[in-house]
Design a protein around this ligand. Structure first.
Ligand code: SAH
Ligand code: SF4
Length: 387
């Protein structure tokens, strides 16, 4: 059912065959620029226009004085450039979450979420159309796998969220646009009404990021570029169902961002019942890879645990998690189940989540309960695309 990841899926936002500008790194474009006979200096200026000023189409560049027109002509002759269309948009009633269904060139749709809690701006992005891993409680898993996203399609999601922040800041500054209502906790009062930047990104949307390793890493490299969105490595989290070769590769390549591993069960049997991918990458093998990761990188791993009432939320389950993680630098994030159409389970109530947390505390394992904010807009991964 699964391959070991790393399908190279560099491509275009519209049409296959040509590369998309959002999917190339600055260094790659600089090499091309020199091949074309231009100074690589122009690439920095181009990055500035795309990633800082938010240009969204070739037409928005001209006339432009910081780069020769011939350079821009060549860039747009070689690369596609455009953004993802919003097919559907929902806002949570608390005003903190916006969810976007974005249309791809082949009419498939993916979800991207903007979250703005306590002043933090975060994009939750998708890495695939659907998912091959089939976790029983997950709406994306219930859809099955369609295809990988290209690096450009991942970068475009982050830029979409940054663009929304730009628009809402502008609306707050002019207070004229009813079309773009301010986000809860309106933008900080900058004298220049500069837009609030996207600061954090989590790969917790649709798909399994380590099944699409190369494109996800390429996108992260582009998003980290200091001349672009300049996202800090500590502001990036990749969440995996437990693709063991991918975790080992992250360690070998010393990737500096956060890693989250979705656990959900603390024995091979219980985990495999919820996460079919666990039959391929067994729990003991996964734990070995996690130990290798934390030892090599000197960093803890975040373990995610979807709390399902009566299924994996008892004190005995919490003790099993404590024992399993006792020799791994870890933090556990509990996520009460978002009910989905294809799975007959209920979320654990608050008291049950607290009991789970208390047991983990006796093992010295830090543990948070993720608030189910935005549940009124079907915030569970894949649920908007299914609606
Ligand atoms: N494929 C990756 C990342 C996307 S899912 C992974 O599985 O880690 C992000 C997180 O949301 C995972 O921990 C996943 O188990 C959890 N999740 C998916 N569907 C959910 C649901 N219906 N309710 C609660 N958590 C869910
Ligand atoms: Fe895929 Fe993650 Fe959903 Fe599992 S939880 S089906 S790995 S997206």
């Amino acid at each position: 059912m699964f391959d070991d990841g790393s399908v190279k899926s560099e491509g275009a936002l519209k049409g296959e065959g040509r590369k998309h500008l959002l999917g190339v790194t600055k260094a790659e474009l600089a090499t091309r620029a020199v091949e074309w006979g231009f100074s690589p200096v122009h690439v920095g200026a181009l990055w500035n226009e795309v990633y800082l000023k938010g240009r969204r189409s070739p037409g928005e560049f001209a006339p432009h004085d910081r780069m020769p027109a011939r350079f821009l002509d060549r860039v747009f002759a070689e690369y596609d450039f455009g953004f993802l269309e919003v097919a559907k948009e929902t806002h949570s009633s608390d005003g903190f979450t916006r969810k976007y269904l974005l249309a791809l060139h082949d009419a498939h749709r993916i979800e991207t979420v903007l979250m703005r809690y306590s002043g933090r701006t975060t994009a939750c992005v998708s890495s695939q159309v659907g998912c091959a891993m089939g976790c029983v409680f997950c709406a994306t898993g219930q859809m099955g796998y369609t295809r990988h996203l290209s690096a450009a399609e991942i970068v475009a999601q982050a830029l979409h969220v940054d663009w929304v922040l730009r628009q809402t800041a502008r609306a707050a500054a002019t207070a004229t646009s009813a079309a773009v209502p301010a986000l809860a906790e309106p933008s900080h009062a900058s004298p220049h009404h500069r837009h609030e930047r996207l600061r954090n990104i989590v790969f917790m949307g649709m798909g399994e990021p380590l099944h699409n390793y190369d494109s996800v890493m390429q996108a992260i490299d582009i998003l980290r570029d200091g001349a672009g969105l300049a996202l800090g490595a500590q502001k990036i989290s990749v969440s995996t169902v437990g693709v063991v070769p991918g975790i080992r590769r992250l360690a070998a390549e010393r990737r500096p961002f956060h890693l989250a591993v979705s656990l959900h069960g603390a024995t091979q049997e219980e985990r495999a019942a919820l996460v079919p991918a666990a039959r391929k990458w067994k729990l003991d093998e996964l734990m070995d890879a996690c130990r290798e990761y934390t030892a090599t990188l000197g960093r803890r791993i975040f373990f995610e645990w979807t709390l399902i009432e009566g299924k994996n939320d008892g004190a005995d389950h919490a003790h099993a998690v404590g024992a399993l993680l006792k020799d791994i630098p870890a933090q556990v994030n509990l996520i009460p189940l978002n009910p989905t159409l294809g799975y007959d389970g209920e979320p654990t109530h608050q008291a049950g989540a607290r009991r789970f947390q208390d047991v983990l505390a006796t093992y010295g394992i830090p543990c948070t309960v993720r608030q189910r904010r935005g549940i009124d807009i079907a915030a569970g991964c894949g649920q908007l695309a299914l609606s």
